[in-house]
Design a protein around this ligand. Structure first.
Ligand code: ATR
Length: 280
């Protein structure tokens, strides 16, 4: 190893980034595992993303997470984007190689699936069709994850139908697009419902969806985590559906990143979950 010392640095590159919970999360794991390292919030303006990414190697950073609005730019700038990141069209994890070149990966898809499996261990991809609401960056990761996990059919609904069509065409897989509002047609017989839109987030309108047609056994996931229990999850819970909140995805997407930089696979425990939940 060509490192000057054993201290390892990483961080999260975003704009804005002050609200990010990742420094607290990685800081907890660093302390928990007795690793000499640091994980910093790295505010980077959109016009400085290339300089910032190139600077990681110069500064001796192990790598960085990349968040809004830089995930697409990071894909374009990474020297070695992996196949999944290219498919999703976004990089959220940069790993600096010893030669200073940058690997670009996406851990959002695995983070979503690991969160779903941890939150609802009985869920199986083969249980039946999934319904995904939204067609932004998060939806791309969720649809890729479900498709790769072997979910037999994915029904995609988005306010702007054209965005859903574009997502379906570029990702492929068993994805069918339905008009926003066709809740009964989408939910009838579904085994999983995932909200990837901003609806239900603090400061946004709630997601106004009629769950009547959704089987009671279907798992309902929200990737919104402020608040932890969105109106969608509250409604689903009230009618008896198993629910998985959005904090799990945030925690689980961080696991492979920490492993890549610091060499240890950390655990998403109840304790770390409570620590981060207390900041929401
Ligand atoms: P992210 O990268 O987090 O997924 P995004 O790319 O901005 O964020 O995507 C936001 C998603 O929320 C989109 O699917 C968006 O729908 P449009 O494609 O029609 O813009 C959805 N969304 C945002 N505001 C909405 C609203 N008021 N009603 C329904 N969907 C909304």
């Amino acid at each position: 190893m060509a490192h000057e010392n054993l201290f390892r640095a990483a961080g999260v590159i975003g704009w804005p980034v002050a609200h990010s919970r990742s420094p607290r999360l990685h800081g907890y794991w660093l302390a928990r595992h007795g690793i000499a390292g640091a994980y910093l919030p790295l505010p980077v303006r959109p016009d400085r993303i290339e300089a910032a990414l190139r600077g990681l190697a110069a500064l001796g950073f192990a790598g960085a997470n990349v968040t809004v609005p830089h995930k697409q730019a990071a894909l374009a700038l990474a020297d070695h984007p992996d196949a999944l990141a290219r498919r999703i069209g976004a990089v959220n994890l940069i790993v600096v190689r010893e030669d200073g070149s940058l690997e670009g990966r996406n851990t959002d898809a695995a983070g979503f699936l690991d969160s779903l499996r941890a939150g609802c261990p009985s869920w199986r991809a083969a249980d039946g069709p999934a319904v995904v609401l939204g067609a932004g960056g998060a939806a791309r990761a969720v649809v890729a994850a479900l498709s790769d996990a072997g979910v037999p059919a994915i029904c995609l609904l988005n306010r702007t139908r054209a965005h859903a069509e574009t997502l379906a065409a570029s990702l492929g897989g068993p994805v069918a697009v339905l008009d926003w509002g066709r809740w009964a047609a989408a939910l009838d017989g579904a085994a999983l419902l995932v909200n990837t839109t901003v609806l239900g987030m603090a400061g946004q309108a709630p997601l106004a969806i009629d769950l009547a047609a959704l089987p009671r056994a279907a798992v309902v996931c929200d990737i919104v985590y402020v608040p932890l229990e969105t109106p969608l999850l509250a409604a689903a819970r009230a009618r008896g559906n198993p629910v998985v909140d959005g904090l799990g995805m945030l925690l689980h997407q961080a696991v492979p990143a920490f492993k890549a930089w610091f060499g240890v696979r950390p655990e998403v425990t109840a304790e770390v979950r409570a620590l981060i939940a207390a900041t929401l």
